[in-house]
Design a protein around this ligand. Structure first.
Ligand code: E4P
Length: 218
């Protein structure tokens, strides 16, 4: 399973990329707005930090505008993946871009039917938002199960299921159990994945016992 980082914070990405566990990055207009910096500068820096796909979202809502913006974003780096919303114009733009071999992430997916359309439009990734569904008392992980099952029925679909709007480690484990290809994780969730109180307790005991021996490994 691939892990992407869901942030536009360059310092966070640099820190996490150093672990070797980061396979890509996803950004969105809200995450870019939080940085207070020019989008294209931020995008260029992120693309230098990771080899994998970096999703950069268009903000036009019509197909022609999306394709114009996509050209500008693609000029930034080779690993830019164009992110388009799951609308009719987004699907048309997805079809046009993917036909040229451009990587496309179709975002804001909230139903299996929408995911099916993204796959038919040739998306590289489709991003179902699990946390936002949970927030409105729906079952986000049920959506992942449905999409994974549907895509398995059609091996010709190359679209990867990119689990987005992840809120906690439970979402990540369940996504892996269901066979989702990718999860994009806020930096805090990646750090949460590492931690377990029994790991901390066990390490503390090992180090205390070791100190009593007076030995060093040299
Ligand atoms: C996905 O690419 C989005 O950037 C993201 O996962 C949105 O998540 P949110 O619901 O935490 O804003």
């Amino acid at each position: 399973m691939k892990f992407f980082v869901d942030t536009a914070d360059v310092a966070e990405i640099a820190d996490l990329a150093a672990t070797g566990l980061v396979d890509g990055v996803t950004t969105n207009p809200s995450l870019v707005a939080k940085t207070g910096r020019p989008f294209l500068d931020v995008l260029a820096e992120i693309c230098r930090l990771v080899d994998g796909p970096v999703s950069a979202e268009v903000t036009a809502t019509d197909q022609a505008g999306m394709l114009r913006e996509a050209e500008r974003l693609l000029a930034v780096a080779k690993n830019v993946c164009i992110k388009v919303p799951l609308t009719i114009d987004g699907l048309k733009a997805c079809r046009a871009l993917s036909a040229r071999g451009v990587a496309v992430n179709v975002t804001l997916c909230f139903s299996p039917a929408q995911a099916l359309l993204a796959a038919k439009a040739g998306a590289t990734f489709v991003s179902p938002f699990v946390g936002r569904l949970d927030d409105v008392a729906h079952d986000g992980m049920r959506l992942i199960a449905d999409i994974v099952q549907i895509f398995r029925n059609y091996p010709a679909f190359r679209t990867e299921v990119l689990v987005a709007s992840v809120r906690h480690p439970g979402h990540v484990v369940e996504a892996a159990r269901l066979g989702a290809h990718v999860a994009t994780l806020p930096p805090a969730v990646i750090r949460q994945l590492v931690r377990h109180p029994l790991t901390d307790k066990g390490l503390e005991a090992f180090l205390a016992d070791w100190a009593k021996t007076g030995q060093i490994i040299a």
